[in-house]
Ligand binder design. Sequence first.
Ligand code: IPE
Ligand code: IPE
Ligand code: MG
Length: 245
Amino acid sequence: MQSNASRNEKLHVGIIMDGNGRWATRRGLSRLRGHEAGVEAIRRVVEAAPKQGIGTLTLYAFSTDNWRRPKAEVAALMTLLRFYLANEVQSLVRNGVRLTVIGRRDRLPDGIANAITRAEDATAEGTTLHLRIAVDYSARDAILNAAAKAAALTSLTREAFSQLVTGEAGLRDVDLIIRTSGEKRLSDFLLWEGAYAELHFTERMWPEFDAGDLAAALASFHGRERRFGGLQAIVPEEVPSLSRV
Ligand code: IPE
Ligand code: IPE
Ligand code: MG
């Protein structure tokens, strides 16, 4: 079987960071404490990812549907985002991490959209890891917005549409989506980019997730055979393109 790491291509991994609230509640803590502990887990995973063959890491931090939560919890999450952007940029630059934020920016509290732009600009030269954080993100909205832009075009390829959906030229499709906390659903995450993603569900709550859990998810990934519709194992870079009608 061909290894999923053959040709040394760096992987794109997406993580649905779930379980902060339950982790905290089970310990008699407020849900906010769970979200704070979740930020620590982000730090661990961002540090571990490049050492484990990951070139692009997309983290689901706040969904468009999460606005349905109580105001106080939403406000606490936005405050954590503000702190992350203010405090983390130096270490991201030091570690060669390029940060981009995907999702809507126009509904975020004052100042956050500017802080995102500053963080993206400051980290733009990073080449060790591309960290994408999804905030006020909905995959269906991303596809819908891309479709609206595409309507003005006379011809369209998958590659061109991908760029409209993801905001990036040549972004690698997602190889692996991990979801913590035992839930087994995608909750509107990376529906276009993840068309052939392998899925890994773990009972681990996000605040406890560490480098070892990431390695275990990748070990499971590397043990799988990806066939992309054919009959043999194949790596994404070698999938022959079919002429489409
Ligand atoms: C994930 O943890 C973080 C966000 C969705 C912002 P949850 O807050 O969903 O935690 P549970 O699922 O309630 O345990
Ligand atoms: C998905 O988790 C969104 C994030 C992890 C940011 P949710 O906890 O919001 O998802 P559902 O409601 O259980 O599907
Ligand atoms: Mg949840």
